[in-house]
Structures are given as C-alpha cells and as structure tokens.
Design a protein around this ligand. Sequence first.
Ligand SMILES: NC(=O)c1ccc[n+]([C@@H]2O[C@H](COP(=O)([O-])OP(=O)(O)OC[C@H]3O[C@@H](n4cnc5c(N)ncnc54)[C@H](O)[C@@H]3O)[C@@H](O)[C@H]2O)c1
Ligand SMILES: O=C(O)C1=N[C@H](C(=O)O)CCC1
Length: 326
Amino acid sequence: MLSLRAPPRTLSASPWRRRGRLDGFAAPRCVSAAPPATTLETATARSAGVSFPILVNGCTGKMGVSVAEAATSRGLHLVPVSFSSRENLDKTIQVGDTDVEIYGPSAREDVLSSVIDEYPDVVVVDYTAPDSVNSNAELYCKLGVPFVMGTTGGDQQLLYKSVQDSENYALISPQMGKQVVAFLAAMETIAEQFPGAFSGYRLEVLESHQAGKLDTSGTAKAVIACFEKLGAVFDMERMVKIRDPEQQLYMVGVPEEHIEGHAFHLYHLTSPDDSVSFEFQHNVCGRSIYAEGSVDAAVFLYKKVQSMDPKRIYNMIDVLQEGDMR
Ligand SMILES: NC(=O)c1ccc[n+]([C@@H]2O[C@H](COP(=O)([O-])OP(=O)(O)OC[C@H]3O[C@@H](n4cnc5c(N)ncnc54)[C@H](O)[C@@H]3O)[C@@H](O)[C@H]2O)c1
Ligand SMILES: O=C(O)C1=N[C@H](C(=O)O)CCC1
C-alpha cells in the first residue's frame, strides 16, 4: 500500500487509512468528454435572447478552453482575445471556428479597452491562476467590465473589496458545478439554522486534484467554513492534499483517464467521545460540469447587468436559487 506524505497523525486516526485503499472514494462512472451540446440547447440559449460576447481569460489553460468551447456551443459570441502571464507568446488557440489571439501582460489593458469599445456588453470569465486573481480583478474593475471569477485562491477579501469599491458587477465562486453548488448551499443552510450542532466534533478533510493545481481546494475551504459554523474543530494545516498521480490512482481510486482532471473531496467528522461519525464526499471527474456552470454564471451576470440589478456581487448559490443552472 502507498503511504501518504500527509501528516501521519491525521491519517492513522482516519477511516481512509483503516480501509487501506480509499474505498470511501468510490469513483463515479466518469465520462471522458463533455456531452456535445444539442441543437435544442443552442436554440434555447439563442431563443432566450441571451446571445452576448464573452471573453474567456486563460484560454491557454484547461478550464479556459473548456469554458470557451461550452460558450460557443451555447450560442454565445466568443471574443477572439485572451491573455497570458507570459510576454511574447505570439500564439493563437483555436476554439471551434474561432482563432483566439493571446496577448501578454503589457498589452492587456489596451487590448481589453479596445474589446470593451467594440463589444460594450462583453462579459469576462476568468480561469487563470491564484496569483493573478487580484490583479486581474483590479483591471476588470478599473475598466468596468463585468466578470465571472472562477479562478480560486488569491486574497478573497481584497477581491470582494475591489468589486465593492468600484461598483462593478461580478460573480465569484470557487465552485461552478451545479450539484456541488447545491451541496454547498445545503451546508450553508444547516450552518445558519443549527450553529453549534457539531460542537466539539473533529473534522478531517482530504482533497485530491490533478498535479498542476497550485492552490488548496477553494470548495473545501468553503465547506470547512460551514462545518466550523456548526462547531466542528479544524486545523487548516492538517488538510490532506493529494497531488501525486500514483496516490490518486492506487489510494484515492481516481480513474486513470481522469488523473489529469479531477476534484475528489472527503470530509470526515468524529464526535468528541468517538461514538458518532459522519462522512461526506463529492467526486468529480473531468471539467464539463464547471464549464457548463461557468456559462450559466456568465448568462446570469449578463442579465443582471442588463437589468441594472442593485446587488452587483453574486455567487453560484444565487444562480441556483434563481433556477438559472442547467
Ligand atoms: N470555480 C470552479 O468551479 C473551478 C473549476 C476548475 C478550476 N478552477 C480554478 O480555475 C483556475 C484554473 O484552473 P485550470 O485547471 O484551467 O488551470 P491551468 O493551469 O490549466 O490554466 C491556467 C492558465 O492561466 C494562465 N495564466 C496564469 N496567469 C495568467 C494571467 N495573469 N492572465 C492570463 N492567463 C494566465 C496559465 O498560463 C495557464 O495557462 C484554478 O485556480 C482552479 O482552481 C475553478
Ligand atoms: O481543478 C481545479 O482546480 C478545481 N478547483 C476548484 C476548487 O479549488 O475548489 C473547483 C474544483 C476543481
């Protein structure tokens, strides 16, 4: 059996270790690719009168490409521009029939300003990197372009402050998958209604993502905040983060074809006297649920901007509550 490089005390006390292989992490029957959008779906997006320009920032990355593809399948107009953290990339990325031109950091303000002149109702969707969250948000706010921030990490407090101060429109969420958003909404509801119900319970958390993921799961952080409101005790330092493909394959049980793109989460709660335990899991293979959710988010935000809704800052629970997720 593979041993984890995670803090040993957490694991020796945990059900994951006792089971050997993480059979709690029952892998879903994963599909390899996003289902093709049907003609009906495309027609629905158009007939609902929600065709607008969308700029996906981070088209050099995996989520960026998936969102750009989902947006075009849903009948949105993909702006043929995206950005990179690197200068002189001199690159175009093909998404369907569109050649998306990639610009470096020094050009981004001028290029984005020109895009806004050409497409005044453009919505930006950001899937870049944790250390770009705040600088990108600052730019969107400075230019007054509404944005969906799918990128996790960065300074979240500062992110909200930038949007509030600029009175820009933004939708910010570490999780775009409809069913996981519903789970998060349920967690927020019970935390609000029954604060302290899990008082003194010990919480253990394991998250496994593709090796390239730079930050700790933003979704896990949001779920943990709810367990903490419920009274559970958790030390962030003890989060078990798995990025090693071999461990993912043999211990977590991630299907081989999804080692490059998965998000498995397990939360285990134990009562102070060890007599009661709870376990919650959400295991996602691939990226299609996030890509579809991101397009839902962009459509939702576009409609809020058009109606000059006074709220201005939203999350995915707002989208779900308004029945706007597919
Ligand atoms: N909200 C969600 O549901 C959700 C789902 C999946 C991933 N994510 C988050 O999205 C982010 C991206 O994930 P990914 O799997 O696509 O990563 P990735 O590494 O495949 O892609 C990120 C891309 O952004 C580029 N980049 C970095 N800084 C940039 C900048 N300043 N401007 C433009 N491009 C820049 C990188 O070069 C890279 O090509 C991560 O933070 C991840 O946690 C969120
Ligand atoms: O693949 C990623 O990276 C993911 N990031 C989000 C997070 O940090 O919670 C959502 C799940 C996938």
